[in-house]
Design a protein around this ligand. Structure first.
Ligand SMILES: [Zn+2]
Length: 240
């Protein structure tokens, strides 16, 4: 379903009233396109397309609804890039599960959607199928991690097989930002159902980017670090 200019609603099961999350709303950038996305979230998962050439890549945030910095960073990036000429196409999903963002919840209907991407009908499975349908070549999924948790440090997860480019993207971002690379030899080695692992297994290069922040809030500096991770991901592909 096309909602408004370049906004596509990927699922009508995930809608949420983001206005109810005050910690989130306090940081929404002042821009018409951001307001449109927040409004469209009541109908489901909105995805915005920016640009029209190759390469085509994706940015997703908010698969864990209580991780706020990346979701606001995605909106900030949208405000910056919207209406600008870029060297490629970026599909941005700023809030994967608006219901979970509204509730500041890691889970959706009791399940972790970043362990559910192989389950047909799940929102994360729909995202994978969308990437296939649109011939997207890479995805970066943006998260935050609280201190003393796993990984508990600014980092980028990747794997070397079957998609070596996952490793190269993570290496590029972590080298520039002096953060930690967490590389598994094989995608899906530790667990299955993550956007990153399932994408790599489909041949779509994928990484998971983490910044340090407490859950349900935006810890100082985390929004800026998440935004920079997105910028360097785009630079890797020469899109900006
Ligand atoms: Zn997460």
């Amino acid at each position: 379903m096309v909602h408004k200019d370049n906004i596509i609603i990927l699922s009508d099961k995930t809608g949420g009233i983001l206005d109810k999350n005050k910690n989130f709303m306090a940081y929404v950038p002042d821009a018409d396109i951001c307001n449109q996305l927040v409004d469209s979230a009541q109908y489901g998962t909105p995805m915005l397309k920016i640009g029209c050439s190759s390469p085509k890549i994706m940015i997703s945030a908010g698969v864990h609804g209580n991780e706020l910095p990346a979701q606001i960073a995605a909106l900030t990036l949208i405000k910056e890039l919207y209406d600008k000429n870029i060297n490629g196409t970026v599909y941005i999903i700023p809030f994967t599960i608006p219901t979970a963002t509204m509730e500041n919840s890691r889970r959706f209907n009791g399940f972790d959607m970043n362990r559910s991407a192989s389950k047909e009908g799940s929102i994360t499975n729909k995202i994978l199928n969308t990437m296939d349908n649109l011939s997207i070549v890479a995805v970066a999924d943006f998260h935050s991690t609280k201190p003393r948790s796993n990984p508990g440090i600014e980092s980028v997860f990747c794997s070397k097989s079957p998609c070596a480019e996952s490793y190269f993207i993570a290496k590029y971002i972590t080298n520039i930002m002096s953060s930690k690379i967490i590389c598994h030899p094989i995608a899906g080695f530790l667990y299955s159902g993550a956007i990153e692992d399932e994408s790599n297994n489909r041949g779509i290069a994928a990484v998971t980017c983490e910044v340090l922040s407490e859950n349900c809030v935006i810890t100082k500096g985390s929004l800026e670090r998440s935004y920079l991770q997105m910028i360097y991901y785009l630079k890797y592909f020469g899109i900006i």
